[in-house]
Design a protein around this ligand. Structure first.
Ligand code: TXA
Ligand code: MG
Length: 324
């Protein structure tokens, strides 16, 4: 953790080399992926991983995703399965995270998995993320680079606004193209959807030949869950109301499709555009300090992840949550 201002590194060869060197020195570096910006550290370095939890104010029972540059690099940490192979061949690199049983001798800090016997793995597609992971040559643990429970960052500025005094550097490579976090599939049993995300469920179903099981939320399920499933998460400071046909007086209105509104997720009703703009518009509207009403968004394709994030942003907030 650092108290001086972070370096903003450009996503060119010197910037990527510097970011990789900072990982090697046990520092926290935020970096872009196609989904959201991650807050990265060397996953083998317990102190560095502890610093991720501290910077985010993240509960230590909430495990982290490990990022690697290739399927081959990912395989050495887990017990690989046929389903993993099918999904990795089809969707890696890309916005998909696979949860698999940890392999003996993995060498990762136990803080990464929060003591679980499974590990979440992701091979991101964004060129600068790939280059950084290749340059570092080791496993990078990275949650989304936002204070715990708040809106995920899709630009370097969002990262600086949320965590600016707590990280060594941010690698700036512009806005994220997908805009919602990766889809998470549990493969330590029959395929299970742990988090809807940037890879639409329809594509996964087609690759698996069967729909993944849905897991239940922590309210009625105390086993392993992705704490991204916590009811209140991804939340702006202002209250949020979804499926609103019209704003009420005093609300700002986030639209979808052709309509009168303060900001529009996608005037043409394109769900990819809406996902890519979602967190940026929530950050912007939240800065106005007014309650936010959001128009209905279809539930197919990326709409599933968009509605999931909106539902958590709209959920009642824990009273004791730390301000960000
Ligand atoms: O797109 C993404 O996935 C971004 C980028 C940076 O890769 N990362 C991200 O990380 O969203 P985070 O920490 O914000 O969300 C990871 C989710 C959490 O809900 C966590 O509980 C879950 O993954 N998770 C991690 N390891 C797990 C495991 N072994 N079993 C079940 N869930 C796990
Ligand atoms: Mg997150």
């Amino acid at each position: 953790m650092t108290n001086s201002l972070p370096l903003t590194l450009q996503a060119d060869a010197p910037g990527i080399a510097e970011a990789a060197a900072l990982f090697g020195a046990g520092q926290l570096v935020a970096f872009p992926t196609e989904t959201v910006y991650g807050l990265g550290a060397d996953a083998r370095n317990g102190e560095a991983v502890a610093a991720i939890y501290a910077a985010k104010g993240r509960p230590s029972f909430n495990p982290l995703i490990v990022h690697l540059p290739s399927v081959r690099a990912a395989q050495r940490y887990v017990i690989w399965t046929d389903d993993a192979d099918r999904l990795a061949q089809a969707f890696w690199p890309g916005p998909l995270t696979l949860v698999l049983p940890l392999r003996d001798g993995h060498g990762l800090s136990s803080l990464v998995t929060a003591g679980l016997s499974t590990l979440a793995l992701r091979v991101p597609e964004k060129t600068s993320a790939q280059a950084l992971l290749e340059a570092f040559g080791g496993p990078v643990a990275a949650p989304s680079a936002n204070p715990s429970g708040r809106i995920s960052p899709t630009t370097a500025q969002h990262v600086l606004d949320g965590l600016g005094n707590k990280i060594a550097a941010v690698l700036d490579d512009g806005p994220c193209s997908v805009g919602v976090e990766s889809t998470i599939i549990g493969l330590d049993g029959p395929p299970a959807l742990l988090r809807a995300g940037g890879l639409p469920l329809e594509a996964l179903e087609a690759a698996l030949g069967t729909p993944p099981e849905r897991t239940s939320t922590p309210e009625n399920h105390t086993d392993i869950t992705a704490p991204g499933q916590l009811q209140s998460h991804y939340a702006p400071t202002a209250p949020l109301r979804m499926n609103a046909d019209n704003p009420q007086p005093g609300e700002v209105f986030l639209g979808f499709g052709p309509m009168a509104c303060d900001e529009n997720l996608s005037e043409s009703g394109d769900l990819h555009e809406a996902a890519a703009r979602l967190f940026d518009l929530l950050h912007k509207l939240d800065a106005l300090g007014l309650p936010i009403a959001v128009a209905p968004v279809p539930t197919h394709g990326l709409g599933r992840a968009i509605n999931d994030r909106l539902a958590r942003a709209a959920a009642p907030r824990p009273e004791n949550r730390q301000p960000s």
